[in-house]
Design a protein around this ligand. Structure first.
Ligand code: MEV
Length: 449
């Protein structure tokens, strides 16, 4: 068994790698060579990546693709997507081209407010605390002026602070619930700094007041933290067209397509098993752009799934309707994003993504990302209710199989051509490859490749 190590973080990168490979790898040279082969050629860029997190050994590449032909609110965009899953970029591109012919994506920002809490315990007279809170309320603004000055200059700041009595759910539990506008930044540091100051202001004010008994003054601050649930930072994206325009000449009539499509959405509205997969597909489109633009995909995931369950049952984030012969399909999602601060000015590829998108502000990025999620869902449902997804998926997967087999470009071309008229399976791809290479089986491949 490996012995624990003390002070690992203090070791140099070289020493960290040595310790790791000595402890966990038989072929140490090979392990070191692999880690080093993923280092960036330029020391400065590598240093930048090393400094993003702690205990960095190497980099972990994710493919960076682009989905062109997105018409969003009248603007033509090529959307950057960082994702390892095949078919996602193809699906986004296909949907974008489809809706480009039908008016594109239209979005509305419903709100951009973010929320944070000082969670605290108070054992005392509730009305006394409520009255006192109202008396000292302005102090929360004045005590945070150093923190909020820049944000206020940009048009943001603290919008509202409320005292919430949560003691019916947990004895003695209260919150200061604060609402913030953080403009083009995601605002996590800003919000958390304000909240920590609110906690100090509350505690000091109570301590200095004659209104409270010694026992009541024993307020316990549990934690000060923003909430990643942002139901007041929401964007809606929609596509619509007359039903007749849904005819693609593939033998499925527009009416039949709409019926099947609407039923699939309805199933995701009532059946959590399906809703989870349905929303997973939406997150393929959302996360890929969130990552490419240097935003926090874990926060976005958490918020979207809570939002999907906001009515007491987990359900679809997209909806559709047909009214007066018009098919309308939309998504409503909470997206707390930043286009300044964080990684946005540090990561060279994030800068590239934002340049590619024409340097959007946070609200424009919300629109773009919601459209990407909607596009992804449209492509998935369209495939699922017509041809099924495996046909397209396996075509993309074929390239992964051929890369694993280390096929040459000419071999890839020949094999892809063969599978234009044949069903792709892993074994069929391997068999075709063996046939072209003139080897009997995959075992002899590794020796001969
Ligand atoms: C696969 O990553 C995503 C899908 O399963 C989404 C869906 O079923 O709607 C295709």
């Amino acid at each position: 068994m490996t012995n624990p190590i003390k002070g690992f973080s203090k070791l140099s990168k070289k020493a960290k790698i040595e310790w790791i490979v000595n402890q966990y790898f038989d072929n140490k040279e090979e392990a070191i060579a692999l880690l080093e082969s993923y280092w960036h050629d330029e020391a400065k860029t590598q240093q930048l990546h090393d400094d993003f997190i702690e205990n960095t050994l190497s980099n972990f590449y994710t493919p960076y693709g682009v989905a062109p032909n997105f018409l969003i609110d009248g603007k033509m965009l090529a959307i950057p997507m960082a994702i390892e899953e095949s078919s996602v970029v193809a699906a986004a591109s296909k949907s974008a081209s489809f809706w480009l012919q039908r008016g594109g994506f239209k979005t509305t920002i419903q709100a951009t407010t973010k929320i944070g809490h000082v969670h605290f315990m108070y054992k005392g007279d509730v009305q006394k605390l409520a009255n006192f809170f109202e008396q000292i309320k302005t102090q929360f603004w004045s005590d945070t002026q150093d923190i909020t000055a820049n944000m206020e200059a940009r048009g943001g700041g603290i919008l509202k602070i409320d005292l919430k009595d949560k003691s019916a759910e947990l004895a003695n539990y209260f919150q200061l619930e604060a609402r913030f506008e953080t403009c083009d930044s995601m605002g996590a540091n800003f919000i958390n700094s304000c909240l920590e100051q609110f906690a100090k202001t509350l505690q000091n004010a109570v301590n200095q007041s004659d209104l409270f008994s010694d026992a009541e003054k024993q307020i316990q601050i549990v934690m000060c933290i923003l909430s990643n649930y942002t139901p007041q930072c929401v964007v809606k994206a929609e596509v619509s067209c007359p039903i007749a325009q849904l005819d693609e000449g593939n033998g499925v009539s527009p009416e039949e397509f709409v019926e099947k499509f609407s039923r699939a959405v309805r199933i995701a509205e009532i059946e959590p098993y399906r809703a989870t997969t349905h929303n997973k597909g939406i997150m393929n489109g959302i996360d890929a752009v969130v990552v490419a633009t240097g935003n926090d995909y874990r926060a976005i995931e958490a918020a979207c799934h809570t939002y999907a369950a906001k009515d007491g049952k987990y359900q679809s984030l997209t909806h559709c309707e047909v009214k007066n012969g018009i098919f309308k399909f939309w998504i409503e999602v909470p997206l707390a994003l930043g286009t300044v601060g964080g990684l946005t000015s540090l990561h060279p590829m994030v800068k590239f993504s934002l340049d590619l998108l024409g340097r959007p502000n946070a609200q424009q990025l919300m629109s773009i990302i919601a459209a990407s999620g909607l596009a992804q869902n449209f492509a998935a449902l369209r495939a699922l209710v017509t041809t099924g997804i495996q046909k397209g998926h396996m075509k993309m997967h074929l390239l992964n199989i051929l890369n694993q087999l280390e096929a040459t470009d000419t071999e890839k071309e020949q094999i892809v051509d063969h599978f234009k008229n044949n069903t792709v399976t892993h074994s069929a791809a391997v068999a075709k490859f063996c046939e072209i290479r003139g080897v009997k089986n995959p075992e002899s491949l590794s020796k001969n490749a």
